[in-house]
Design a protein. Sequence first.
Length: 341
Amino acid sequence: MKTRPPTSFDVAALAGVSQPTVSLAVRDSPRVSAETRARILRIAREIGYVPDRRAMRLRGARTRCIALVILLPDDLKPREVNPLYWDLIAAIETAAAARGYRILLSLQPNGSDRNCDFEAERDADGTIVLGSVSAEQGWARFAALNAEGRRIVAWGAPDMRIPSIRCDNRAAGALAAGHLIAGGCRRVAFIGPGHAHHVAYQDRRTGCAVRLAEAGLELIDVDQAATGPREAQGRAAIEGLLESGTRFDGVFAAGDLLAIGALSALRDRGLAVPEDVAVIGFDGIRSSAHARPSLSTVEQDTEAAGRMLVAALLRRIDDQPAEDADVPVNLRQRASSRSPG
């Protein structure tokens, strides 16, 4: 005999409330207290009750879904995405689930004409956007939607047109520079392709330059195009420095993939790391521990970032302002940099 699926009436009976109260709770109505809503949603999960999302959308209720968009530049394939994004996706999904939301994931190439107005289509209540700063058309599309009143929050947007959660990039740059200085470096190069058009890279560079200036040192900038895979950009930066005859004994790369490319180029040129050149990356991706040598890096707290992104978007969904906020960072020293001495 086939067992019927649980209904909202079953949830109501177990929760000791009326069926309309269950309907209001799953629609996240402010007419239901937070305590009662939490009890109803817990019981619904326990008995396997699944609301009819299509009917809810037709009634104009919340979808309890967040769209999560990864913007890709034209010259990057999905499998080449920065591994940091996959850590962020996991953190965002975990934080959303804890708040009773599910995730709709969409990877979008820069020039794609794929639908991105998930809110208007009633597929989601709001959107979190992250991705490459090089995906200029993609960022412009979501900036325009944000200006039209869509609920959108970004991770590391290239400018200030979308409310964003970022790490404390200036503190990160200062942290990296301070560690290099303490390890004996006096000629530090910064690798951050396209930093003039990238808010996060600008701030990392500024933090590094200010800390160096406090020690009476001057930052060495590497001028190069921000095209192709990040590892290749990091390799090109080192090759350009060496071919120009520029003397340097330390490198702060604005991303771990840039730093991994730099390590490869230094190794191929016969330079010892960290004896000849110390290297620090940024992001804290897991593969940085397996670089040759293992990469020192400024880590971002991705779990905190996921919680903050979801919380900021839910504030926007509740028609409250989502102020920009910084995620804390810390330095993970490994073999590619020298211990303070």
